[in-house]
Design a protein around this ligand. Sequence first.
Ligand code: AMP
Length: 396
Amino acid sequence: MNEAILTLNAGSSSLKLSVHAATGERLLVSGLVDSIGGDGTLRLKDGDGAELAAQTSVADFRDHQAALATVLGVLREVLPGLDVAAVGHRVVHGGPDFKAHAVLDTAILERLAAFSSLAPLHQPHNLAGIRAALAAFPAAAQVACFDTAFHRTHPFVNDVFALPRAYYDKGVRRYGFHGLSYEYIASELARRAPLLAEGRVVVAHLGNGASMCAMQDGRSVASTMGFSALDGLPMGTRCGQLDPGVVLHLMVEEGMDAKAISDLLYKRSGLLGLSGLSNDMRTLEAAGTPEADEAIDYFVFRIQRELGAMAAALGGIDSLVFCGGIGENSRLVRARVCERMAWMGIELDPARNAANAEVISSDLARTTVLVIPTNEELVIARATRRLALGSTRSAA
Ligand code: AMP
């Protein structure tokens, strides 16, 4: 028997998964189903990152339930004797109530469905993944891990918009997202550099989605993302911070409806919109066109602005952590973000930055700058083990 924890991260047309041993933290398999509802593909890797199996033709990727059934068929081939003891799900929205991850039951599922109006582009797909897993594993405990839970420690001033109070009561709040990534970075920093972890930390999660989080003693104090995953930094295809007057202008002067504006702000803006070329930082770095360079300039400038804001929320800064695909890999973006930040005690060591070292600041710098690869799946697996299987399994 291979007793294991399955983690699922269901997007609109994708399903990301991982299988961890139920005891210890060993990753057995990770995988991604793309294009659910279309010509789906499944890519699986073993715990060392080696490609395992690719299924395209005979497989059924009609919807999330069919995709999960296909994945399980392949998983049982590559992990004979696989016994899924519990399933952990990434759930983008826990609303105002969920301050911690939770074992799912019917009542909680109903409450999560009610939060679909707060995250219409993500929550329904997360719930589809949960329903598919409930059908596939009726006896296994299922755990919801919320992207918003980590930020529920924000003080009121970082939780509210200056709208009439009734909207706050109805759930129009600054929730913040990428919480699973920040939870992982907080735990890694506590393991690698406990003194830094107790201090004032700004984490820049820079991937296709991007945000920053101010942490004090491992707890979130402020985040650049607000009510939706649109706010704050510009992203691959999302606009980031935008004057709400622009939305009114688009409605009144351009006659755009909610769907058209949503499509513009979520899918056609950010790096893609500014460069007119790509949402992908690697492509933009290589392109060298004026528009690609300006898109990178804007991305870097907004990170620097928010770095100042996050440090102000903390009353100073002791360390800055980069993570996410861009934060972990782009030497250029890291170097550019840290330029002209000496006033904040930030000074990079170019050789360390070029080597993607763990610590990339110079020894004399007052603020330590680190690169820590994030691992959202491991956070889900850990929470699922703790909540569904009890602490007895946590010892490796
Ligand atoms: P993520 O969403 O965290 O997977 O991050 C995806 C982003 O990371 C894309 O914009 C990629 O172009 C970017 N990225 C990954 N590797 C590199 C690299 N070596 N240099 C620059 N950007 C990178």
